[in-house]
Design a protein around this ligand. Structure first.
Ligand code: OAD
Length: 228
């Protein structure tokens, strides 16, 4: 089976109703990154940060996978599919994808601020965390999200996966954030790259096949192209 590695970003979930970050009207027009997505922001105003992620979590729990997520999951019948996502929602998993690496963490999980190995899964019934919600060792809980300035623990694994790709597919990411955007440089020479995005994305790699469509239509077109 050919191995297709798929790198996804916020645009993958846009058709599920989850706002992207850098499009017009995106989240980073409404919030300052340094306030809600950095360790310093959390130290300054933890309640603001917890509430920001409580809102994101609610939006993610209420959303449903779109035809793009579902198409990628269906492709597992014909290909080995590895998804590397920058998204913190679980829409790939809920669509049925079985092999998903979350580079920037997961909204459905929270962890201890004192002991990062203490990770807890939230459900729709207990989906909010607030100041005073503590781990079993008595320290405050925080979102299980990689903030700017923090290490990206899954990047080594993701690099190794990319190196074994027969095809690389990039969907719905502006490729602004490293180290995720740098993963494109780890493919073996000559490996085809498909890039699905309705807008222009600056990617310097040679020979990229651009599919200028949204995620749902773009994945459908990809599946047709791969038949030949
Ligand atoms: P961005 O918001 O930077 O980029 C979203 C991309 O999705 C853009 O290239 C859009 O053109 C594209 N897009 C919009 N609608 C689409 C659709 N229907 N189908 C396909 N693509 C569409 O989001 P990311 O690149 O994912 O990190 O951002 C990377 C990281 O920056 C995020 O993981 C987050 C953010 O800050 C952290 O918070 C740590």
């Amino acid at each position: 089976m050919k191995h297709i590695v798929v790198l996804t970003g916020a645009g993958m979930s846009a058709e599920s109703g989850i706002a992207t970050f850098r499009d017009s009207g995106g989240l980073w027009e409404q919030y300052a990154i340094e306030d809600v997505a950095t360790p310093e922001g959390f130290r300054r105003d933890p309640e603001l940060v917890l509430n920001f992620y409580n809102e994101r979590r609610k939006a993610a729990f209420d959303a449903k996978p779109n035809l793009g997520h579902i198409g990628l999951a269906e492709m597992e019948a014909d290909y080995k599919i590895s998804i590397i996502t920058q998204n913190v929602d679980d829409l790939h998993e809920r669509a049925g994808s079985t092999n998903v690496i979350h580079l920037h963490g997961e909204l459905s999980k929270v962890r201890s601020t004192m002991d990062p190995s203490l990770i807890y899964t939230l459900t729709t019934d207990n989906s909010e965390i607030h100041m005073g919600d503590k781990c079993e060792k008595g320290s405050q809980l925080r979102p299980h999200i990689v903030w700017f300035g923090e290490a990206v623990p899954m990047i080594e694994k993701a690099m190794k996966v990319v190196q074994t790709a027969d095809y690389l597919v990039v969907i719905g990411t502006s490729l602004n954030v490293y180290p995720a955007a740098g993963l494109l440089n780890y493919i073996e020479p000559g490996i085809p790259i498909f890039l699905i995005d309705p807008n222009e994305v600056k990617a310097t790699q040679k020979g990229i096949h651009f599919i200028h469509k949204g995620a749902s239509d773009g994945v459908a077109e990809l599946r047709e192209l791969l038949k030949f």
